[in-house]
Design a protein around this ligand. Structure first.
Ligand code: PMP
Length: 419
């Protein structure tokens, strides 16, 4: 067994044992062992998550909340138990502040349509940054079109960090909402969200943090961050697709109208009018993703069993190793060189289009992402159509980085070794 020492921690992190928890990793792709380095797109699922969801369907499946029979009570207890788990994980004050949604994208659209749309008008401004994912850009563009509000964008520096001076200048009395990524999926930049939140709130703006890439890589405490909204997706945190979380400050959520109408979100329905259910159900219309909530709960338990700080330290060590090894490849240029970065490394290789690189690497069993990473403005900023991106998770090893480097060297030779 390989035990990789983690920096700043006395204990060792047994990555070989961690890998055994993920059955999908034990396979060959094009005859080569699978090296999965596309974790920022979605992470693989440990056995504990697969089994919890399977067990739910075998032993407890029923619809939640309305049933008095035993299975419905079981399903409800599991679904609501997952909510309690998320509350503890984010250190939210109350379980009513945890809304289950389809994912980060839906969470941001909910806030755009239910918080911003009824309140904003001409003269108001929504502030985002140049490194946002399309999910934290397009919903705001839509709400600006609907309300006449203006979208303002904080520029980034060549390293891919938020320009603080420009942020201070753009933040003003007209700024109603500041929406920012905790961690950039395209560049890996970790934004100083606590500081940015304090500054934005002091200026009177509401703050939404897109935590899609935040929760997998560090402990998140929404009370310490003091943000109004925090959004994340389960699937990037070793949980299933189809479920995510919108944390919202209780008094803010109370003041927002429902977004979607349907079952579960109502208290009474008459043709003359309907009344709304209490939080969090007001925002959960229709049958929810019950098995997925169970899977999310199991994923949180799994992450806690490893320790999020230990995962973060493991990923930091791997990222440092990857930067060192990739940096030695002739013709390779990093896109994004922020001082504070999570386990995401974006790069381009002279003479090889990132898409070709993705295909060549796949033939070597190495899964990376090639494209614009749903962050076209970031690509525009660096003047590239796309980048290749390797991103790390709790189960990746130095051997994975070595395999990536070997495959990249092979690609370079194939394309004539330019650069
Ligand atoms: N924001 C960021 C920073 C992301 O990385 C992603 C997923 N790539 C999203 C938002 C959207 O997440 P989802 O597709 O799960 O809704």
């Amino acid at each position: 067994m390989t035990a990789i020492p983690t920096p700043n921690l006395p204990e060792t992190y047994d990555v070989a044992r961690v890998r055994r928890d993920f059955p999908i990793l034990d396979q060959r792709i094009h005859g080569q062992p699978l090296i999965y380095l596309d974790n920022a797109a979605t992470a693989q699922k440990p056995r504990a998550v697969l089994e919890a969801m399977d067990r739910y369907y075998r032993e407890a499946n029923a619809n939640v909340h309305r049933g008095v029979h035993t299975l419905s009570e079981r399903a409800t207890a599991l679904y609501e138990g997952a909510r309690d788990h998320v509350q503890a994980f984010l250190n939210a004050r109350a379980r009513e502040e945890i809304i289950f949604v389809r994912g980060t994208t839906e969470a941001i659209n909910l806030v755009a349509q239910s918080y911003a749309r009824p309140r904003l008008g001409p003269g108001d401004e929504i502030l985002i940054t140049h490194l946002e994912h399309h999910s934290n850009t397009v919903p705001w563009q839509m709400v600006c079109e609907q309300t006449g509000a203006a979208l303002k964008v904080v520029p980034i520096t060549p390293a891919g960090e938020i320009d603080h001076a420009a942020f201070g200048q753009l933040l003003g009395p007209r700024t109603r909402i500041f929406a920012v990524a905790h961690v950039s999926n395209a560049l890996g930049t970790v934004n100083p969200v606590a500081e940015l939140t304090a500054q934005a709130r002091a200026a009177g703006a509401m703050v939404l943090i897109d935590g899609a890439q935040g929760v997998p890589h560090q402990r998140v405490d929404v009370q310490a961050l003091d943000c109004d909204f925090y959004a994340f997706s389960a699937h990037k945190l070793y949980g299933p697709t189809g479920i995510g979380v919108l944390y919202g400050r209780r008094e803010v959520l109370e003041a927002m109208p429902p977004w979607q109408g349907g079952g579960d979100m109502i208290r009474t329905v008459h043709f003359a009018g309907s009344t709304w259910n209490d939080l969090p159900y007001k925002f959960e219309a229709g049958t929810p993703a019950i098995a997925e909530a169970v899977g999310l709960g199991a994923a949180l338990a799994y992450v806690e069993s490893l320790g999020i700080e230990r995962i973060a330290a493991h990923e930091a060590a791997l990222t440092a190793y990857a930067l060192e090894r990739l940096g030695a490849i002739p013709g390779l240029r990093f896109i994004g060189t922020a001082r504070d970065r999570a386990g995401v490394v974006s790069f381009v290789l002279d003479g090889v289009h990132p898409h070709d690189l993705g295909t060549i690497l796949d033939h070597a069993g190495v899964a990376i992402r090639a494209g614009h990473h749903c962050a076209m403005p970031v690509m525009d900023f660096y003047g590239v159509p796309a980048t290749a991106r390797a991103s790390f998770a709790c189960y990746n090893t130095r051997g994975d980085v070595d395999a990536l480097v070997t495959a990249l060297e092979g690609a370079r030779k194939l394309f004539g070794g330019r650069g």
